[in-house]
Write a protein that binds this ligand. Sequence first.
Ligand code: C5P
Length: 261
Amino acid sequence: MSARWPLLPPRAHSIRHRLILALDVETIAEAEELVELLHDAVGAFKIGKQLFLHAGPEVVRMVHRHGAEVFLDLKFHDIPHTVARAGVEAARLGVRFFDVHASGSFEMMARTNAEVLRACRREGLRRPKILAVTVLTSLGTGDLRRVGVADGVESQVARLARLAHRAGMAGVVASPLEIGRIRRECGRGFLIVTPGVRPARGAHDDQKRVLTASEAMRAGADYLVIGRPIREAPDPRAMVQQIVADMAHGFLAARTRPAAR
Ligand code: C5P
């Protein structure tokens, strides 16, 4: 944490772009307060189902008005045509990232990727990075078995990550404990976006399988999604600075000692 590492390493200034704040709040007013406070301190804001259903696309425009980026976390899973059309709408909203379920099929992901690319070229839109959710962290081996998946969680995560990679997804959303395996399976260019991260000395809330921000970066995460530890901190900006410092040291450690991964 910053108390132990008062000096930031080189490139730490860009590390903040790798921190995504989860805007898990009920109203657009609460969301805007956080965006006003932190738009220049984090890389993007994640908007999930609750806030999007409450506020609609206006909440995405609000974040953009503050000059910040959006990860639209609606986890699409439907027939390929429907997900592809939803993906095109996400691109039209100008989001930086959106996500789909990898278990929705190779075709669902590949078609979404192709149609989004086509729409972006045709309409001059920026191309969003499409992420795939592998196995939700709320699922265990027993849950997978009940839906006909005999393999353990890690094998299923690896299988779905490979499928997402082949289908042209930019990366995956994954638990911090799966980063190493995905990195080995899918290589360096494939983005790994990781929730379930906690500051070194913070509370874990209901996240059970957690790593610290430094450990997650060191393991090879590209982006961290963090919500409550920042939103509920007495001074959210100070907490962001502390987390970014922690991330920077993990990032540097991974690059100076890659064999330690
Ligand atoms: O508050 P907290 O830091 O736990 O927020 C993490 C965010 O990441 C929440 O929006 C949560 O829904 C999301 N998330 C997660 N675990 C996953 C996928 C998403 O915690 N496997």
